[in-house]
Design a binder for this molecule. Structure first.
Ligand SMILES: Cc1ncc(C[n+]2csc(CCOP(=O)(O)OP(=O)(O)O)c2C)c(N)n1
Ligand SMILES: [Mg+2]
Length: 238
């Protein structure tokens, strides 16, 4: 998810001001797969919502940087998520409010592919398509895995692009690790009128860290062992 969220905040896609996080004109990003909070926090810190040094307090008692994003404690977090399946509905609420208030902000929602097994995602998708919510962009982090197994073993989703098309979305599939393809897709979204857009981003969990890439599906919620940390950091260039 990192390339996608970084492009949104740091690549000139989202309109936002960390000094005015409640600005009614701001664009909204909702991380529906709330367990990806560390990725969101890293980008929010770089975007200026809080100090980068605060990232070291992740999941420490008393820290606002909880294991799932808490909109009451962290400026820039648009929705408290973690119970999967809800973010698209929340995003739709923002889009409808924007219509009523005659504002032109855009709303971006990221869901996981395992999360797409939740019925609420499809209720929301049906509504978004039926109401032609063109200010709404859904991004699916299509990494092929969920908590315990591969998505194909649990509940195959393909043809996912055709499913979203049949719900009234314009759909584009991209390499979610290519900054060029990610940026192009967000440019494309802004040109679509009358329909919500779905970007299906093919990704690899733990991309760039050989230990994580080698054993897909085995790292959900687990930290890298201490003796592997230095190598992992070196591999991602920090
Ligand atoms: C309603 C709900 N059911 C179960 C969970 C437990 N859970 C947390 S993450 C996860 C797997 C999510 O997989 P996916 O959406 O593919 O996310 P990603 O691969 O991007 O981590 C599950 C089942 C949850 N957070 N919420
Ligand atoms: Mg997944």
């Amino acid at each position: 998810m990192v390339e996608i969220v970084a492009t949104l905040y740091l690549g000139g896609v989202l309109r936002y001001d960390p000094a005015a996080p409640g600005d009614p004109e701001r664009d909204r990003f909702i991380l529906s797969k709330g367990h990806g909070a560390p990725g969101l926090y890293a980008v929010l810190a770089e975007a200026g919502y809080f100090e980068v040094a605060d990232l070291a307090t992740l999941r420490k008692l008393g820290s606002p940087l909880e294991g799932h994003p808490n909109m009451c404690r962290v400026a820039g977090v648009e929705a408290s998520t973690g119970s999967l399946g809800q973010g698209l509905s929340i995003g739709i609420g923002h889009v409808l409010a924007g219509r009523i208030d005659k504002r032109d902000y855009r709303v971006y929602v990221m869901v996981g592919d395992g999360e797409c097994e939740e019925g609420q995602v499809w209720e929301a998708a049906m509504f978004a398509g039926n109401h032609g919510l063109d200010k709404l962009t859904l991004i699916v982090d299509r990494n092929g895995y969920q908590q315990t197994a591969a998505v194909d073993e649990v509940q195959p989703l393909d043809p996912l692009d055709e499913k979203f098309r049949s719900f009234g979305f314009e759909v584009r599939s991209i390499d979610g690790h290519s900054l060029d393809e990610v940026a192009d897709a967000f440019e494309w979204c802004r040109g679509v009128s009358g329909k919500p857009q779905a970007i299906i981003a093919r990704t690899i969990k733990g991309k760039g860290v050989s230990l994580l890439e080698a054993k897909q599906g085995g790292w959900h919620g687990k930290p890298i062992p201490a003796d592997e940390e230095a190598k992992a950091l070196q591999e991602v260039g920090t």
